[in-house]
Design a protein around this ligand. Structure first.
Ligand code: NAD
Length: 454
């Protein structure tokens, strides 16, 4: 690990990664490598947890390719020196901000969207002119292997490389001195990463998780609400960091919501055979989820098979804040509904919990929407939709508080891997001498005047 990082640092210090032409050529190469290996990438993820080609393309490969295309068309602009105003006291001068790469960077990925979560931060790092070491999640072993294979066979390890491994290898990586660490994963491990980074004052972006609520108010378009919510919850069998973890449904529409959701789930015919459902990632997580199933509260689904790591789309009704399922991020296809009678009281409850990664508000009432947006702190979200905010690269994506720090996607990703050097550039033909001794009451008067003018 030591020599790997040292060699990347040596390469970075040659300035080779700094030219935008180099960055673009490497991004084009990455795109080509992905396209050439698309079939193998699809097969690996199917072997790991039966994610279908459609879902893999829609939620991973397609987004990665789009990300590279968008980055290629904007990176010239993002990398440009930007002029800013100069204040009067510095006249005559020009002022500008120069984006520069941070240096040698580490990207640690999570397992649930293994391609997207390892490659999208790496694309941002490359666009900003850094070298990159990627450590994909070890849980989907085939996807980790194929990411390592296609990157390590096609790129110079001094510039871009993949290190496979679990806790031991990641711990060794975290002992190195990095210029930036970008981590996607749990809040628990996020704290380990932040503590390791603090030893070298390495900046971090932490993309973490949490319990994201969905408010379903009396005034919503119920049919559309159910359709959008059911899709977003059971995509990837609920193993999505921004999935609507639990529902807060107004009591007057609670029963109707359950009926419509049941019908929507039946209509979708979720199964791995129908290519619209995945397995739970491993046995440990299947058992963790089954332990949260309170059979007395199941109103839809509830069947599971430990051997095939399958859990039916399941809805629990009559759930209380104190129930086991409300004590941790679910990260699976089990959906608790809490009904409320007073929106303010529901908001107050959510306020007491750690700040979530997302929040969804299904309403056609402006004041309800405003109230929730004004009062709750969360990473990002949607009004009358779920998950889809992640697909708009103009929206910086990230958490707040326990759900993370920093953002990426689009220019936000470029910024996450850049330092902005601020420069005041002065000619030598003129000097306003008031800052030099000897100080006088006249100079103070002039200074006050300049400060007033701005
Ligand atoms: P995780 O924290 O267990 O693992 C993430 C990465 O950290 C893996 O690469 C793993 O090898 C490594 N790791 C695990 N334990 C470690 C340790 N003790 N020391 C050092 N490294 C360690 O998370 P996960 O199970 O892969 O992912 C699930 C979590 O990630 C959920 O909380 C989910 O909400 C969150 N997540 C967040 C986002 C986001 O964009 N904010 C996206 C996906 C998942």
């Amino acid at each position: 690990m030591n020599s790997l990082v040292e060699n990347q640092r040596k390469f970075f210090l040659t300035n080779a990664t700094k030219s935008v032409a180099f960055r673009k050529s490497q991004l084009k190469k990455l795109k080509q490598v992905i396209l050439e290996n698309e079939a193998a990438l699809h097969k690996a993820i199917y072997d790991d947890f039966k994610k279908s080609e459609f879902e893999c393309y829609a939620t991973e490969i397609g987004l990665v390719l789009k990300d590279i295309t968008d980055t290629l068309s904007h990176v010239d602009d993002w990398a440009k020196t930007k002029r800013v105003q100069t204040n009067l006291i510095n006249f005559p001068a020009s002022s500008y901000v120069v984006p520069e790469p941070l240096g040698v960077t580490l990207v640690i990925g999570a397992w649930n969207y293994p391609y997207l979560l390892s490659l999208a931060p790496a694309i941002a790092a490359m666009a900003a002119g850094n070298t990159v070491v990627i450590k994909p999640s070890e849980l989907p072993a085939n996807t980790s292997r194929i990411i390592a294979k296609i990157i390590n066979q096609n790129f110079d390890a001094n510039y871009l490389t993949v290190v496979e491994g679990a806790v031991n290898e990641t711990t060794q990586l975290l002992e190195q001195k990095w210029d930036k660490i970008f981590f996607t994963g749990s809040t628990k491990v996020g704290k380990i990463v932040a503590a390791a980074a603090a030893k070298n004052l390495t900046p971090v972006t932490l993309e973490l998780g949490g319990k994201s609520p969905a408010f379903v108010t009396e005034s919503c378009h119920l049919k559309m609400t159910v359709k959008r919510l059911v899709w977003s919850k059971f995509l990837n069998a609920g193993q999505t960091c921004i999935a609507p973890d639990y529902l807060l449904v107004h009591e007057s529409i609670h029963q109707k919501f359950i009926e419509l959701a049941k019908a929507e789930i039946e209509k979708a015919k979720y199964s791995t055979e129908n290519n619209n459902y995945t397995q739970i990632i491993d046995e440990r997580n299947t058992q963790r989820l089954v332990a949260m199933l309170d059979m007395k509260k199941v109103v839809v689904g509830g069947h599971y098979d430990l051997a095939t790591r399958h859990i039916e789309p399941t809805i629990l009704s009559g759930v209380a804040w104190t129930d086991a399922i409300m004590q941790q991020e679910i990260f699976g296809p089990i959906w608790p509904i809490l009904s409320y009678s007073n929106l303010q009281e529901a908001i107050e409850k959510v306020k007491q919990l750690p700040k979530p990664l997302s929040c969804y508000v299904y309403t056609n009432n402006r004041s309800e929407k405003k109230k929730i947006l004004d009062e709750l702190s969360f990473g990002g979200g949607c009004i009358n939709d779920s998950i889809m905010h992640i697909s708009n690269s103009h929206l910086p994506f990230g958490g707040v508080g326990d759900s993370g720090m920093g953002t990426y996607h689009g220019e936000a990703g470029f910024k996450a891997f850049s330092h902005y050097k601020s420069i005041l550039d002065k000619p030598t033909w003129f000097e306003l001498n008031i800052k030099y001794p000897a100080y006088s009451s006249f100079k103070l008067k002039v200074l006050k005047h300049f400060i007033k003018l701005g």
